[in-house]
Design a protein around this ligand. Structure first.
Ligand SMILES: Cc1ncc(COP(=O)(O)O)c(C=O)c1O
Length: 342
């Protein structure tokens, strides 16, 4: 049988309902580049979640969604404030800096979350021509450390941003996991708390590929069709992204899949926690589990299960669950951990 692991929610395959949507979309010809009925329906479904005022654009991937969304929000002499652990800061090969021209100002956040107190020091150069001008606060929801901002935390960040002539961007590669975790709908935790631009994730929640950039202020998104094309993210066969999003979001597939992944993470965490010598390092609020595993055991574990050592200094490892993780996967993995960690 094909093997499942805990390295990344991107390592999972595609949800069977999405495969079916792709297959059904693969019939006949439609106009390319988004002028097709699949895309119209998918945008309509996004409007049902986020309201008619939201402007939605589909792109190929998450890095592109972040980079191009940020590009639409900034000028090159401005700056984007983010967590040190943010995907835009560590996992996008400098693309945000290259394509926006902006400096990223990162703050240390052991739990992946930014607080307003950490942003204040960047404001002393506002209006001073020798300094980049802070323009965007970018947060990941859920964070790269598996934690989730509460609605009130997001509201505080948005208010702070808007009071200081800044905007709030959310990297929502795992926004579905966050919504489930907060028992909220998608609008409540984005437009509802003052988010200006959202990268909406599909791939980590069972899609094959495709993400969306959602603008909650029409003016911010007004030039995005040019930015997307110049940024090489205008999919010609758009219908295949649209068909996936329509299936993900028109019923409860997005919520079902994310809820399952989150629940599996809680089961994995509670099992790992029972193993002597293993310590969880973050609260499990979405679909990720972070745990210190003594270094001497890691190679033996990785022979059978691939996973990432997230912080080598403290031997902290990351384990991600996805829509297709099973309790058997967890029990088999934890049994091996128990065998090796004696
Ligand atoms: C927090 C976060 N944002 C964005 C992305 C999107 O990345 P990609 O460009 O690989 O789709 C990822 C993927 O790992 C992620 O973890």
């Amino acid at each position: 049988m094909a093997k499942r692991s805990f390295a990344s929610d991107n390592n999972a395959g595609v949800h069977p309902e999405i495969i079916e949507a792709l297959r059904a979309a693969n019939d006949g010809h439609v106009v390319a580049y988004g002028d097709d009925p699949f895309t119209a329906r998918a945008i309509n479904v996004f409007h049902k979640h986020f309201g008619k005022d939201a402007t939605i654009y589909f792109v190929f991937g998450g890095t592109g969604a972040n980079v191009l969304g940020l590009k639409a929000m900034t000028k090159s002499y401005e700056a984007v404030i983010c967590a040190e652990t943010a995907h835009i800061n560590v996992d996008e090969c400098g693309a945000p800096e290259k394509f926006t021209g902006c400096k990223l100002l990162s703050v240390r956040t052991p739990d992946g979350k930014i607080r307003t107190e950490q942003i204040k020091p960047f404001l002393h150069g506002v209006g001073f021509e020798h300094h980049v001008q802070p323009r965007v606060i970018s947060v990941s929801q859920a964070t790269e450390m598996g934690t989730v901002y509460t609605k009130s935390e997001l509201k505080t960040l948005a208010r702070f941003a808007h009071d200081h002539n800044m905007l709030l961007h959310v990297d929502g590669a795992r926004i579905a996991n966050a919504a489930v975790s907060l028992n909220a709908n998608l609008k409540e935790i984005t437009a509802g708390v003052g988010v200006d631009v959202l990268s909406f994730g599909g791939a980590k929640n069972g899609m094959m590929y495709g993400e969306a950039v959602v603008f909650f202020d029409k003016k911010l998104g007004s030039d995005f069709k040019y930015i997307r094309k110049q940024g090489m993210h205008l999919p010609s066969k758009m219908r295949f992204i649209s068909a996936q999003f329509e299936t993900l979001l028109s019923g409860d597939l997005w919520r079902r899949s994310a809820a399952h992944a989150n629940r599996m993470a809680r089961v994995l965490a509670s099992e790992l926690e029972k193993v002597p010598g293993i310590r969880l390092t973050q609260p499990v609020e979405a679909n990720g589990v972070f745990a210190v595993i003594p270094e001497k055991y890691i190679a033996a574990l990785q022979k059978k299960y691939f996973f990432y050592v997230w912080n080598e200094e403290i031997s902290e490892c990351r384990f991600m669950c996805s829509f297709d993780t099973t309790e058997d996967d967890i029990h088999d993995f934890v049994a091996l951990v128990r065998k090796i960690v004696k």
